[in-house]
Design a protein around this ligand. Structure first.
Ligand SMILES: C=C(O[C@H]1C=CC=C(C(=O)O)[C@@H]1O)C(=O)O
Length: 388
């Protein structure tokens, strides 16, 4: 069944970051590679960009967590860049939309604790170093959400994020099997390209923020010194550094992470840059990077198998990639995190946490709840009343 919010409009894609806001509507051509691998997707994207169509030379879209599955990339009919994406303050929500109740969690809170405990046991017995375990929670409101208002609130509440919205026609597995609107405010850039300069800022290692400034500062300092979080972060940096050393000239890889704040949590982040070698397409690099150990784990195959065998839901587009690329190969691709899918009065949100040998189930559960609050806050969910 079509949701009332998306039935009446052209397919829409929005992406806002660093004060720029891309709004793309309609579809003139889909990218349809023979196979969803880096070189195939890169070639198909270039063909679509070069096609003599009366449409902006831009490809936008979303790729699933499982990079072997088809994504949705297309050349939009119209596109415009706006500056100053989200002026003003959030409008208060109508009471009906703010009274949210959790109707479903997958896995349940206890199921997630057991899942983390199982992962820790597997890691301690050898062969797996890190696995990122996700869960989802569905909330219902008394009246349908307006995706556009939720998007604007995400932008206002998360001024430093990659704020995204895309109409999904269905067919992407799990919660994305049916039509809906996928949106969120991601803190994590997987790849940007400007000329041939490429940049990524992987995040891993997280702690919740506090309203009291001193407590908040102490929490951030503890994160920078936390052996557990530094170890969790190091798997991501090592995997990405290997790809950057192989594919870019002059790779710059700092030896220690820095703090990256979001309104809900502190992260450890490392900015890595390089110059793309030999006229390669950013898509080749993107497919070598994705999914990084920030959303999958290490070693890659073992972590992916653990997720597929134990997580208990199909991630679909959660922890996938969302972004755009133009004909000059300038691009921005963020991880599709801190968001969810809207379907009328139902919203399903997703979050995961990196698990290593010293992880504690309760702490990882709390971390996923803290991450879900980014989306919940934009839905109007009230702290204390809605426990995701
Ligand atoms: C998997 C998520 O976050 C990733 C990004 C930053 C920090 C993470 C962490 O500390 O576990 C995760 O790797 C999520 O938000 O659902």
């Amino acid at each position: 069944m079509m949701s009332s919010s998306s039935a009446a409009r052209e397919p829409r894609f929005e992406f806002a970051s660093s004060g720029r806001h891309l709004v793309a509507t309609g579809v003139v051509r889909h990218v349809e590679p023979r196979s969803w691998v880096g070189t195939g997707v890169a070639r198909a994207v270039e063909e679509v960009l070069a096609a003599p169509l009366e449409a902006p030379q831009l490809v936008v879209g979303v790729l699933p967590f499982d990079s072997a599955r088809p994504g949705m990339l297309y050349r939009p009919a119209e596109a415009c860049w706006r500056s100053c994406a989200f002026p003003g303050r959030p409008e208060p929500f109508a009471p009906s939309a703010s009274t949210t109740a959790v109707t479903d969690r997958r896995p349940s809170h206890q199921g997630y604790r057991c899942l983390v405990a199982k992962a820790v046991e597997t890691i301690r017995s050898g062969g797996l170093d890190k696995v990122v375990l996700g869960r989802c929670a569905t909330v219902c409101a008394a009246a349908p959400w307006d995706p556009q208002s939720v998007f604007v609130r995400l932008g206002i509440q998360n001024p430093d994020a990659f704020v995204y919205l895309i109409d999904v026609p269905g067919g992407y597995g799990g919660e994305f099997a049916q039509e809906g609107v996928f949106l969120g405010a991601s803190p994590e850039l997987v790849l940007s390209c400007s000329g041939s300069r490429v940049r990524t800022v992987p995040l891993a290692g997280t702690t919740a923020r506090w309203s009291e400034p001193e407590r908040d500062e102490r929490a951030s300092e503890a994160l920078l010194e936390s052996g557990k979080d530094l170890a969790e972060h190091s798997y991501v940096v090592r995997a990405i550094a290997r790809v950057f050393r192989a594919r870019t000239d002059d790779p710059r890889i700092p030896s220690r992470p820095r703090l990256v704040p979001t309104p809900a949590v502190w992260h450890l982040g490392t900015e890595i840059t390089g110059t793309l070698r030999g006229g390669a397409s950013p898509f080749e690099l993107l497919y070598e990077l994705h999914p990084t150990p920030a959303v999958c784990g290490w070693p890659h195959e073992r972590a992916r198998d653990f997720i597929v065998d134990h997580e208990g839901f199909d991630r679909g587009l959660f922890a996938g990639l969302i972004g755009w690329i133009d004909a000059d190969r300038n691009c921005e691709w963020a991880l599709a995190l801190r968001g969810g899918v809207l379907r009328g009065d139902r919203a399903t949100m997703f979050a995961g946490a990196g698990v290593i040998a010293t992880s504690e189930p309760e702490a990882e559960l709390r971390e996923t709840a803290a991450k879900m609050r980014t989306f919940l806050a934009a839905l109007g969910g009230q702290e204390g009343r809605t426990d995701p």
